[in-house]
Design a protein around this ligand. Sequence first.
Ligand code: ASP
Length: 436
Amino acid sequence: MGKGRFPLHTQIFIGLLVGAVAGIIATATVGTDNDQLKFFADNIARPVGQVFLRLIFMVVVPLLFAALVLGVAEIGDARRVGRIGLRSLAMTIVLSSLAVAVGLLLFNSFEPGRGISAERRADLMASIGQQEDAAKKIEATKEAKSVADSLLEVVSQNPVQDATRALEGGLLPLMFFALMFGLAMTAVPKEQSAPFRAFLEALFAITLKIIDFAMRVAPVAVAALMFFAITKLGIEAIVELGKYVFIVLAGLAFHQFVIYAAVLRLVARRNPWKFFSQIREIMMTAFATSSSNATLPTALRVAQEDAKLPKDISSFVLTVGATANQNGTALFEGITVLFLAQVFGVQLSFEQQLGVMGLAIVAGIGTAGVPGGAWPMIAIILMKFNVPPEAIGLVLGVDRVLDMSRTVLNVTGDVTIAACVTEMERRSAAKAAARA
Ligand code: ASP
């Protein structure tokens, strides 16, 4: 696969094409019921894909813990910055919730993943029987519990045990523990918490490196997973995938040009089109790098020089926002989980869909601002809702363009919040002056 000759994302896309074309040719020539094809799909393609997925899963617990504790600690520090911190936090929550609501609405209007027939699904689930058994077990335990007990279980009593069960329902208590830990970390003196913070920063960087290793085998893994999915799901899978890409892009565009534009007009009192034009360099950098973190230096400069935002507010909001405010990612994670659940025939009730959306907002805080940062979070939300993790293979191949687009939203969201907070501060100052 021409190693090193093409950028990784192009290789992954080529992997997608190779897997899809091979899958289509194989199913078209021998049919989905062919025993040899089944054998190849189950015993070669699936394990190859699995190795890649396991590389991602193995870091989920340390990555999630480090990212959430550091994220909360940053927001906790923000509280000390006072009103600016609180205002940005409130805007983050409102904008992320709107983003996931847009995702939920669009998903339910178009229902990508619906077009796959029941027998195809049954076929696929039979090949991944192991997960199905696990899913049944989880379902059975869920039914037996009262609402009070389920809520109580979110409060971890043994985080180590939660960590070992993270892929089978221990996720929420583990997140709860991480949130408490992060809060407590901001409450002890800085000199005491500093070594642990440094440790977590190192842990975070190392786990991201493992994801990086995993991404190097992604081109082959995506080909294998795509082949597997097509031989099980048929060509319908590709049509549904097209719908999914369209819906994600439509959702992102709506959030950018309707929600952000309205918020800029109403709260920041700025002409949104002029504002977007002032920050176009930020948007282009985000699109090109697919990384909020890599865009931060450009964002800081352009926000001050071109959008004329005050230095103190913009440097604070943009720095915290680069990791903690990811509207585009929250929208994307929500739609992706719902789509894959639909493809794999896992019926989610409206309440469960709201649960996915809630997790997507929290996952937004925990998502690293790097290319593909969303994937470990998606993997873990999928397992929480009993969707087989193989599902990821179906969408990974088209992720690059979605990643570039959602990163634009993530960063535009930070600058939008900075503009809103600037205007709120200006009005508060004017009111205080009028009173004096
Ligand atoms: N690439 C995104 C960012 O840096 C994270 C993600 O959604 O994967 O903002």
